[in-house]
Every structure is written in structure tokens, then in C-alpha cells.
Design a protein around this ligand. Structure first.
Ligand code: AMP
Ligand code: GLY
Length: 421
């Protein structure tokens, strides 16, 4: 079997390492992959949004199954294009990926089907939005409608910040066309939980819960990033919360997408906030989270490829999705200065014995050496019986990995540890 994975970050590395456990798979191609992924897959220099080239490669190389991991190719219709050529895929078609691709769509969907989320208003006129924020409750949350590399959400603590956000998104087009419409929503409070789930459009099977650490600095200070570390399971996601989420959020979302003629297949990511009024949806993603995947998949006991094929075939109900009764922690090592400006090109050294725990995100291979090439460079995941052991073990491995200008948070998992006490 030849499997193709679209994408080239730490999440894709985690997916590929897990897929390799399946002995049916002979070759895995990563498009484009990266210097670290090259140890586990054949990397091909085709960009993740170059859909024409991806399809051409898949057809010419007789690919049996494709996993489309990142948001942009999904929203652009990569699955539709591959399926047209008869190549089965893991991931939603474009008409379902819109659940992440348009916040206006997802908010309206939740309102129409009574799925709990923050109260909101939609604007496609900057002047009307500016008028609204003059009297809106503060803090207020302003979101660009479309994809914005995870940066399209601004939490305005003052009226001036809210106005600046509207101007930069809608008038200055900071996120391009993604800012033609905006959502302005109620500020919610409570711990956040990420729940990735497998779905074939009929049933939904949640994976083990996780917690991301989005801010760049210790104690949740500094700018928002793509994610600086994760732990699983998330202690705030109790059995009661899980039951409530299944009944009020997960199943209603799958049904709503079907009712809209937009059946979702693949990984549906629920970004939740556990408020005093119960769990509410902060955002949907149409894909695996990064770096959530780096703690969730290492805990998966069942075979990933079998589950993926079941989401495509509609046989997920009969397919086991089981997780180890253990804890995982992933610490992201980034380039100092991320997410703003950072230097690249420094050599990375990883001792061989910890390489299986390392998921490479931003590195390239040059003359047999691995060099930093991105903001988030790699993630280090440890698994243990207790969360504390997993965290300690992950940091011990981090200390053995070297590159100049390395930066990481020192408090990954601390909030979760306190919540357990
Ligand atoms: P997103 O890019 O949609 O993941 O949002 C980034 C972060 O903004 C989320 O992880 C939350 O921490 C925060 N956020 C988004 N929406 C709200 C909201 N309505 N209330 C409070 N925080 C929010
Ligand atoms: N870690 C958050 C995301 O993947 O969107």
C-alpha cells in the first residue's frame, strides 16, 4: 500500500509515525514533509496547497490512500480533487471543511442547531462594526471570518483595542480576504479543552482529550502562537463534561452538518471552553490539532490506518478507537523570537535514543545535518503513568536536544497538575 500525507509539520510527523505501525503500508510519501519527517517517510517537494501537483503526484505514483492534514488544502478542496481521481482520502471535502474555513458559517450553524457557543454578531461593513463596538461589553472578541494562520482572533480588553482590531482586519485587510466579514462575540471564561474526534458522518468517536498552551511565554503571557505544548488527558474534561459534550455538542454538530448537506468525514476538532454554564464551542477545526496530535496519537492503542479507512468507508461504528490509560506531555522547542521574528539555519542535535519521541516541525536537511527552518522547530513527547512523570520526562529529553537560539516554555502541564490536586 502506498499512502500519501499532505503537510509538513509536527502534526504530520506524529501521524506518519503512527501510520508506520500498520504493516499493510509499504511506502509513505510526505508532501512536502520536512528534514525530520524524512527519517520516517519519503518527502516530495510539493507544497501542501499545490492541489494540482498533489493530484498529479498521487495519480502518477498509484497512491492507494491520502491523508490531508492541514486546514488550507482541506478548505481549498484537496480531498474533492483526489476523490475525483478515485483516490480515497482521510479528511473532509471542501463543503464540510468550511466549518473551520468560515467562522460566520460555523457560528450560524451553531445558532441554527442550538449548539452552545458564545453569543455573537456578524458584520461585513466596517462602519457598522465600529458602531457596534462603541457600546459592546468589554472585553470583546473579534474574529476574522476566514483562515488567518491561527492569528485571526483578537481579544480586546478596551474599546480602543476593539476599534483597532476592526480597522486592521476589515479596512487594512491584515488577513486579506479572510477579513471581509468578521464575528464579534461574547468573551467567555473557563478552562479550555481540545477534543479531536474521528467521524464517518454517522458516528463520532472522540479521542482522548488534551490541553494546548497557546501563549508564547510562561504562565500564559505573551503573544498567541500555534501552540507551545500540550498534555493529555485534560483534567477539566471529566466524565460528566464528556457526556454533556457528546449530547449537546458532538452529535448535534454531526447531525447539523448532515442536515446542511455537508457530511463531515475525518477528524473534527472541538475547541471547547468549560464555562460556569457548561461546555461551549470556541472553535471547530476540520483537522487534527497541532500540537494536540503529538500527545493524542502516541496514546492511541488501536490502529490509526484502520480507523482512518473506517471514516472514509462509513464503518467507524464497528471499528475500535481505544486509548492507553496513561498521560502524555509534549514540549515544543521553538526558535527564540517566535511567533514574530527569529533566526534559522542552526544545527539540531537529537540523541538517537530519544528520536522516537521527537516530532519535527521546522527543520531541513542539508549535507546530512538537520538545521532549524521554522518558528516551531520540534516537539518532544513523553508518556507515563502520571502526568507529573510525563512532564518531567519530556523536559529531561528537551535538555538533551540542542540548537542555538532554542526557546521553550517551562510550565507546560502545570495548570493541569494544579487542577488535579
Ligand atoms: P482560535 O484561534 O479560534 O483558536 O482562538 C484563539 C484563542 O482565543 C482561543 O484558544 C481562546 O483562548 C481565545 N478565545 C476565542 N474565542 C473566545 C471567546 N469567545 N472568549 C474567550 N476567549 C476566546
Ligand atoms: N493547537 C491548535 C490548533 O491546531 O488549531
Amino acid at each position: 500500500m502506498k499512502v500519501l500525507v499532505v503537510g509538513g509539520g509536527g502534526r504530520e510527523h506524529a501521524i506518519i509515525k503512527k501510520l508506520k505501525e500498520n504493516k499493510e503500508i509499504g511506502t509513505i510519501y510526505a508532501l512536502p514533509g520536512n528534514g525530520g519527517i524524512a527519517a520516517d517517510a519519503e518527502c516530495v517537494g510539493i507544497g501542501a496547497t499545490d492541489i494540482e501537483e498533489i493530484v498529479r503526484f498521487a495519480v502518477e505514483n498509484g497512491i492507494d490512500y491520502a491523508v490531508v492534514a492541514p486546514d488550507d488544502p482541506l478548505v481549498l478542496g484537496c480531498v474533492d480533487a483526489l476523490e475525483e481521481k478515485g483516490i480515497p482520502c482521510f479528511g473532509p471535502r471542501a463543503n464540510a471543511a468550511i466549518i473551520e474555513g468560515s467562522k460566520v458559517f460555523s457560528k450560524n450553524l451553531m445558532k441554527k442547531y442550538g449548539i452552545p457557543t458564545a453569543a455573537y454578531e456578524v458584520f461585513d461593513d466596517a462602519e457598522k462594526a465600529l458602531e457596534y463596538v462603541r457600546t459592546a461589553p468589554i472585553p470583546t472578541v473579534i474574529k476574522a471570518d476566514g483562515l488567518a494562520l491561527g492569528k485571526g482572533v483578537i481579544i480586546a480588553q478596551t474599546r480602543e483595542e476593539a476599534q483597532d482590531a476592526v480597522v486592521s482586519i476589515m479596512k487594512d485587510k491584515k488577513f486579506g480576504k479572510s477579513g471581509n466579514s468578521i464575528v464579534i462575540e461574547e468573551f467567555l471564561e473557563g478552562p479550555e479543552v481540545s477534543v479531536l474526534s474521528f467521524t464517518d458522518g454517522k458516528v463520532v468517536k472522540p479521542m482522548i482529550s488534551s490541553m494546548d498552551h497557546k501563549r508564547a511565554g510562561d504562565n500564559d503571557t505573551g503573544l498567541n502562537t500555534g501552540g507551545m505544548g500540550t498534555i493529555a488527558p485534560n483534567p477539566y474534561y471529566t466524565d460528566d463534561v464528556a457526556r454533556e459534550c457528546m449530547e449537546k455538542i458532538f452529535l448535534p454538530t454531526i447531525k447539523a452538518m448532515n442536515a446542511e448537506g455537508r457530511t463531515f468525514k475525518g477528524c473534527l476538532y472541538f475547541g471547547l471552553m468549560i464555562t460556569k454554564d457548561g461546555p461551549k464551542v470556541i472553535e471547530y477545526n476540520c483537522r487534527f490539532g497541532d500540537p494536540e496530535t503529538q500527545v493524542v496519537l502516541p496514546l492511541l492503542k488501536s490502529d490509526l490506518f484502520t480507523i482512518m479507512k473506517a471514516t472514509t468507508d462509513g464503518t467507524l461504528a464497528e471499528t475500535p478507537v481505544e486509548f492507553e490509560d496513561k498521560n502524555a506531555a509534549c514540549v515544543i522547542m521553538a526558535s527564540e523570537g517566535y511567533p514574530v521574528a527569529y533566526e534559522k539555519g542552526y544545527e539540531i542535535t537529537v540523541p538517537g535514543e530519544i528520536a522516537p519521541c521527537v516530532f519535527v516541525a521546522g527543520a531541513k536537511e542539508q549535507d546530512g545535518r538537520l538545521l532549524t527552518s521554522g518558528g516551531r522547530v520540534l516537539g518532544v513527547t513523553a508518556i507515563a503513568d502520571s502526568l507529573k512523570e510525563a512532564i518531567d520526562c519530556s523536559y529531561k529529553m528537551v535538555e538533551q536536544i540542542h540548537f542555538d537560539n532554542a526557546y521553550y516554555r517551562h510550565d507546560i502541564g502545570q495548570r493541569a497538575l494544579k487542577a488535579k490536586e
